[in-house]
Write a protein that binds this ligand. Structure first.
Ligand SMILES: NC(=O)c1ccc[n+]([C@@H]2O[C@H](COP(=O)([O-])OP(=O)(O)OC[C@H]3O[C@@H](n4cnc5c(N)ncnc54)[C@H](O)[C@@H]3O)[C@@H](O)[C@H]2O)c1
Length: 285
């Protein structure tokens, strides 16, 4: 979507980190910005900042793990700005641990926010973009953990791989409708993601305080400025770029994964069990 001026953008998790970076960049490019975030007060602060610079912005409290809440945010966006063109399914939380031993409550939390949150964003907003017939762009935030398996992060990996797969399909499905798509796969970015536990609702075990000894915070603090990610996402929307990587220095991780996958095919081509087997000769879609 080359011409973004005057367009309406909705951003989940727009009160902090990369979502706030996007809100700043989108607003500076002339978009009307609606921030949806579970942290209402922080979202309001972000809106005050944007309005203080003369930009058009508003916010709505939104929990992306609830379809009703995301639907209400979509209704509020249309009520406030009349339309919606750009949707950023960005809110997410980090949960560490092995798939087999991560508590089921944390498993459910990470799936409900990181995966269902994106699904609900598509369900609530894409029908508006389609019915307006003015084009649009959907960005969903995955991670480098959606590209390569990271040790000790099975549940998080599962949600982020799912987002990448879903957005690859979404891009193919909606090219004909003039809706662009991107999947943001950040490396390390200096945000508050290390303190995700602050937003864990009671049903998943309640809020957790950051662990002073946790070295994640140090690593994140050394990461990329989230405002740069905001500019990067804006550029990707304008240039219709699908994969958005924030750290080109991590390309070798993708190369290694691709080499391992190709090696798997080479192994299959030579294995005894498939020798002479009849194949369908394609995939649907
Ligand atoms: N920071 C990194 O290094 C990094 C790397 C890869 C991917 N990511 C992804 O980037 C996205 C943005 O995170 P960030 O790093 O900017 O972190 P952040 O914690 O600074 O921002 C996340 C925002 O999401 C909001 N949020 C949390 N749960 C929510 C819910 N249920 N409903 C609505 N809003 C909710 C938070 O209040 C916060 O404003 C996430 O999807 C995360 O998984 C981050």
């Amino acid at each position: 979507m080359k011409d973004v001026e005057g367009k309406v953008a909705f951003i989940t998790g727009g009160a902090s980190g990369m979502g706030l970076g996007m809100a700043r960049s989108f607003a500076a490019a002339g978009m009307k910005v609606m921030i949806g975030d579970i942290e209402a007060e922080v979202a309001q602060k972000a809106v005050d900042e944007l309005k203080g610079k003369g930009f058009d912005a508003a916010c709505v409290q939104c929990d992306v793990s609830s379809m009703e809440s995301v639907q209400a945010a979509a209704d509020k966006t249309i009520e406030t700005f009349g339309k919606v063109h750009i949707v950023s399914n960005n809110a997410g939380i980090a949960v560490g641990g092995y798939s087999e031993s991560c508590s089921m409550r944390n498993w459910n939390w990470v799936v409900d926010v990181n995966l269902w949150g994106v699904v609900y964003g598509l369900q609530a907003f894409v029908p508006h973009i389609l019915s307006q017939d003015e084009g649009g762009h959907v960005i969903s935030t995955a991670s480098m953990a959606g590209m390569v398996g990271l040790r000790g992060a099975g549940p998080y990996n599962a949600t982020k791989f799912a987002v990448v797969g879903m957005m690859e399909t979404f891009a193919a499905d909606h090219r004909k409708h003039n809706i662009g798509a991107s999947v943001l796969c950040p490396g390390i970015v200096a945000t508050n993601i290390g303190h995700s536990g602050r937003n864990r609702p009671d049903e998943y075990g309640g809020a957790v305080k950051p662990n002073e000894k946790d070295r994640t915070a140090e690593m994140l603090a050394a990461g990329l400025d989230p405002d740069i990610v905001g500019d990067l996402v804006l550029e990707a929307v304008q240039e219709d770029q699908f994969y958005i990587f924030t750290d080109p220095g991590l390309k070798h991780l993708i190369e290694t994964r691709c080499e391992r996958i190709i090696a798997g095919y080479d192994w299959a081509a030579n294995c005894k069990a498939l020798d002479g087997a009849v194949q369908a000769g394609g995939l649907p879609g």
